[in-house]
Design a protein around this ligand. Structure first.
Ligand code: FE2
Length: 288
């Protein structure tokens, strides 16, 4: 398969990650794809959790008050409502189709609790690392409901919800100014459709299939990713993705590789052990 442009290098699939069932917070059942034993890190991504249940016992206790320092937490809800509050006086409710991009920076303490006692709750939490020079920046938020996230209808049967980054046709997501220049697209393909997108060569990227099945085509072949699997993209500057027999919905996410040492301890992610110890001291001293 030849590429459309001579300088185009299609990214294939490096690995497929099935995910590891676990629980976090006050007992929220979820599946961990990044930050697990099989994929501890995908620089600059530190963690990707997918949660999905219509049983309140799986989610009702939520994520009570906890700190973060040194990176960004990104919550994208597919179904349900989640209330969040933090020690900087910021709070609100994320609803289905909404995004919260929180830059923890030098420190924040927040809680995330389902704003529902029954029904389906589903969504993602992604942790994106910050470069050393930004780890102690001021905390910041980008928060947008579904109706502020543009949908690019590229062709009939190809829809792209653009959360951050800019598509090759120029649709820009509302989350702007993130230091690792991420792309975060929620893409729907009807049966037999395909999409091609540019991804900067200095970015690491992945796909996560929400529904259906997709094929990621490279110059050497084609690999299938099934629903509830994460596919790690190999090197290159573009992707070509096709739906299979049924329609498909998937996330396409990428961000700039940092190539810096990572020292992590629970909700603190710094570059050195000494910086982790400082984070613990600052948190215990009430400096967050
Ligand atoms: Fe959190």
């Amino acid at each position: 398969m030849s590429s459309r442009y001579s300088d185009q290098v299609l990214r294939g699939l490096e690995r497929i990650i099935p995910g590891q069932p676990t629980s976090d917070g006050a007992g929220v059942r979820l599946t961990r794809y990044i930050g697990s034993q099989s994929l501890p890190e995908l620089d600059p991504f530190l963690l990707l959790d997918f949660f999905e249940s219509d049983d309140p016992n799986d989610y009702i206790a939520g994520f009570p008050s906890h700190p973060h320092r040194g990176f960004e937490t990104v919550t994208y809800l597919l179904a349900g409502k989640m209330r969040h509050e933090d020690n900087a006086g910021h709070g609100g409710v994320i609803e289905a189709g909404g995004i919260q991009w929180m830059t923890a920076g030098r420190g924040i303490i927040h809680s995330e609790i389902p704003e529902q006692e029954h029904g389906r709750l589903a969504g993602f939490q992604l942790w994106v690392n910050l470069p050393a020079k930004e780890k102690l920046c001021d905390p910041a938020y980008h928060e947008y409901p579904k109706n502020q996230i543009p949908v690019e209808r590229r062709t009939p049967g190809v829809d792209i919800n653009v959360i951050t980054g800019t598509t090759c046709q120029g649709t820009a997501g509302p989350v702007k100014g993130v230091v690792t220049r991420p792309l975060y697209f929620d893409i729907r393909l009807s049966s037999g459709n395909s999409i091609e997108e540019s991804i900067p060569p200095d970015h690491a990227g992945f796909v996560f299939v929400i529904e259906g099945e997709i094929s990621v085509r490279s110059d050497t072949g084609s690999d299938t990713v099934a629903a509830r699997q994460l596919g790690v993209l190999s090197a290159g500057n573009a992707v070509h993705i096709e739906s299979r027999a049924s329609s498909a919905r998937f996330l396409l996410v990428a961000a700039q590789v940092l190539n810096e040492p990572v020292a992590r301890y629970g909700p603190f992610v710094m570059n050195t052990r000494a910086e982790i110890e400082q984070a613990i001291r600052d948190f215990n001293a009430g400096k967050f």
